[in-house]
Design a protein around this ligand. Structure first.
Ligand SMILES: [Zn+2]
Length: 269
């Protein structure tokens, strides 16, 4: 079971009229899931931005952007999980970052680029609010708060990529897998992650046999259970014990990129 520690927090009403708690921006199960960047906007900007957004499903393994192709849409996920993969000529891949409803799939457009070397793929199905990239660029001129929040988020994401580069080179597969699963749970709010060993091998940039061995270790420790292409997180504390030092660093970085963000809320095993 997933539990949460009690803590003091400020409750406010977001532009959709639902209550949000600024210090529990992560790890939250919300009956009306919203993108947390959009939820942080002042009411007037929120109305303007939302008037240009369309809700779309994110299907498992759907490619939102292909490497080096024009980026047609930007996305504000409200559920699910999107990963960024870098692919080599050999076909080998490695994940360089993940985004859930705390984030924004469109940093290259924010920074003035129209395409990128990474591929954005849906790992866990969900929903997103999306907008045409050209329209988003125009809208930024009139939405200063959105631009400010997105710049802070872009910095946090850049740090995620930087830390991930060191992690991919220096840390072992079991601890990297544990980190990735913890980050996935943070972003989806779910203890169930529908990911096959093959998919995890693409994300972690290793052989499938290495994933199988790492999953075996985490299962033996009671942190997870794996069956039928799904991983269920059974003991969050044990999972974090296995995760490399990168996990708390990245968690703190992402949390503090939000207005009122905090690292006080955590899963309990
Ligand atoms: Zn690491």
């Amino acid at each position: 079971m997933v539990g949460r520690q009690k803590h003091e927090c400020r409750v406010r009403i977001n532009p959709r009229g639902t209550k949000t708690c600024s210090s529990k921006w992560l790890n939250r199960r919300d009956p009306y899931p919203d993108n947390l960047i959009l939820a942080a906007l002042p009411a007037e900007e929120s109305r303007l931005v939302r008037s240009h957004l369309t809700s779309v499903p994110l299907k498992s393994e759907e490619v939102l952007w292909q490497s080096y192709e024009p980026i047609s849409f930007v996305y504000f996920p409200t559920s699910g999980l999107v990963s960024f993969l870098t692919a080599m000529r050999s076909g080998a891949t490695v994940g360089v970052g993940i985004i859930g409803r705390e984030g924004f799939v469109g940093i290259p457009i924010l920074l003035g680029a129209t395409r990128t070397s990474v591929r954005a793929t849906v790992e866990v199905a969900g929903y997103a609010l999306r907008m045409e990239s050209a329209l988003f660029s125009q809208l930024l001129v009139d939405t200063q708060q959105l631009e400010r929040i997105l710049r802070r988020y872009a910095y946090a994401f850049l740090m995620q990529v930087s830390q991930g580069a060191a992690c991919n080179r220096l840390h072992q597969t079991p601890e990297r897998l544990a980190r990735w699963l913890a980050m996935g749970q943070d972003r989806t709010g779910s203890e169930l992650l529908p990911l096959t060993h093959e998919r995890l091998a693409e994300i972690l940039g290793c052989r499938r046999s290495s994933v199988t061995a790492a999953v075996g270790l985490l299962q033996q420790a009671g942190a997870i259970r794996c069956s039928r292409g799904q991983i269920r997180i059974l003991n969050r504390n044990e999972l974090e014990r296995w995760a490399c030092e990168c996990y708390p660093i990245l968690r703190r970085l992402t949390a503090t990129s939000f207005p009122g963000g905090s690292t006080t809320s955590r899963y309990a095993g």
